[in-house]
Ligand binder design. Structure first.
Ligand code: FE2
Length: 341
């Protein structure tokens, strides 16, 4: 994508995120990553009359841990964190999610937008007010539910007790103080009670393993009791999942993390074939997917902050909230969450 096109989509993004004259916006990057994005956001912010600047951290030292999710070199830079807390909005080109520093920045009232996916994907899945409305309908329904049940033709049958953790909406832009979002996105999620997830999940062919950025080819059966994975069985993918999780040497990686469904009809299930180097936001967002995850729940306010985190969007599932159907066989059945055209 040429710089002018990138400038333009970043201008639309900041406009949708409510950036206006006199607001302070910081674009945060590190090393030589995404400097073209930084330029585009700076240009966009100036066009909108914001006080905008670029905070560029050095390339993390190898072995410093700063390449791991949830560990940021901001942890050693209190002055930088203070400056980010003073901003109205932070554009995160690093991926600070799960870090205590991001939580502190949000708690201070700054809204945070993460933008790390390939530029053509940012352009193709530009946020829209219409998807935001449908995501917010989903969040409203989810936030009131006490119980979630997920089933599938492959043999999934699992129940999440809800009501402990908040519901999070992601629709790809953010115009409310202290709110985080990730561009692109179109989904809702919450978490089950720490000891309140029980049953079995069976991944079928074509379900998606993130962060492996791969598709399941042989069924994988998870057995879950009282909020923890007890057993993972299957073929090669089951072995890969177990090997990956074992490497963290952290039993909290077996905790059940967030769970929800996707609502962006423009997002493609086959997206990994087009953007194998991305973070998988398209796969988290595709319409009617049901995504469960394992590992940390600190994003929701829980105590589990393990770095062992998998997100697994699944096809063909049915999802019920307090016995009311929300997704049936991979299709959203609540009219207010369906695309208008
Ligand atoms: Fe996740």
């Amino acid at each position: 994508m040429d710089q002018n096109s990138l400038n333009e989509i970043c201008r639309i993004q900041l406009e949708m995120s409510g950036v206006h004259e006199g607001e302070s916006v910081v674009v945060l990057s590190q090393g030589d990553e995404r400097l073209d994005y930084a330029d585009a956001f700076l240009n966009a912010g100036r066009t909108l009359g914001a006080k905008i600047y670029h905070m560029r951290l050095p390339t993390p030292q190898p072995g410093s841990g700063s390449w791991e999710v949830g560990i940021s070199q901001l942890a050693q830079n209190a002055e930088a964190v203070e400056a980010l807390k003073q901003a109205d909005m932070v554009v995160d080109l690093i991926f600070l999610l799960f870090s205590p520093e991001q939580m502190a920045i949000q708690a201070a009232g700054a809204r945070v937008l993460t933008a790390v996916e390939p530029a053509p994907l940012l352009a193709r899945l530009m946020p829209s007010k219409e998807i935001r409305e449908r995501v917010e309908v989903g969040a409203e329904i989810l936030s009131k539910a006490k119980n979630m049940r997920i089933t599938s033709p492959h043999g999934t049958d699992i129940t999440y007790k809800l009501g402990v953790y908040p519901t999070i909406s992601e629709y790809g832009y953010t115009d409310e103080p202290g709110r985080w979002d990730h561009w692109p996105a179109g989904f809702v999620f919450t978490g089950g009670a720490d000891d309140g997830v029980d049953g079995q999940i069976v991944l079928g062919m074509g379900d998606v393993l993130l962060p492996f950025n791969s598709y399941v080819r042989e069924p994988v059966t998870y057995t879950i009791e009282k909020g923890f994975v007890q057993d993972i069985r299957g073929g090669i993918e089951a072995d890969l999942i177990k090997s990956y999780m074992d490497a963290f040497k952290d039993p909290r990686g077996n905790g059940m993390s967030h769970v929800g469904w996707g609502l962006d009809e423009r997002a493609n299930w086959h997206g990994l074939t087009q953007f194998p180097g991305g973070m998988g936001m398209e796969l988290r967002s595709f319409y009617g997917n049901v995504m469960f995850s394992t590992g940390p729940n600190n994003e929701l306010g829980g105590l589990n902050d393990t770095a062992c985190h998998l997100d697994i969007p699944m096809r063909d599932c049915s999802l019920f909230l307090d016995d009311e159907p929300i997704v049936i066989d991979g299709d959203v059945v609540v009219k207010e969450m369906q695309p208008s055209s």
